[in-house]
Structure formats: structure tokens, C-alpha cells
Design a protein. Structure first.
Length: 76
């Protein structure tokens, strides 16, 4: 996950939590709901980024394994 992605995800989560608290304090249910939604959006983006990173790592590992297996077959 890049620094920009981490920052963007954290920004959404923090801003969402702030809106949620603001809504609770002022009694504004709509603002509270907006905050919850933005917070969840930040968490969802973070999860998607984590999945993307894991998939890229798996692909790299698979390619490395393939290269190693190919080299073993050539050496035989």
C-alpha cells in the first residue's frame, strides 16, 4: 500500500469519525450517518487495498516459484 493510499484511507476514517461525533453531539442524525458511512468507506478502501497488495504478492511468489521450477528442469 502506498503512502498516498494509506493517507487517503486514514483521512476518510478520521473525517468520518469526526462527522459521526459531531452528529452525536449536535443531535444531527443525518450528519452522524454521513460520518459512519465515510468511516466505513475508508475502512472498505483499506480492505480493498490490502487485498490488492496480497494478490500482487501472490502473483510475484507464483512467478518466482515458476522461475525456480523452470531452472531446476533446465539443470536436469
Amino acid at each position: 500500500m502506498s503512502i498516498e493510499e494509506k493517507f487517503d484511507n486514514a483521512k476518510d476514517k478520521v473525517a468520518g469519525k469526526a462527522k459521526e461525533i459531531e452528529g452525536k453531539v449536535t443531535g444531527d442524525k443525518q450528519r452522524e450517518a454521513q460520518g459512519k458511512a465515510q468511516n466505513l468507506f475508508g475502512k472498505a478502501k483499506e480492505a480493498v487495498t490490502d487485498i490488492k497488495d496480497a494478490a500482487q504478492e501472490a502473483v510475484k511468489d507464483t512467478i518466482q516459484d515458476y522461475k525456480q521450477d523452470s531452472k531446476k528442469n533446465i539443470d536436469k
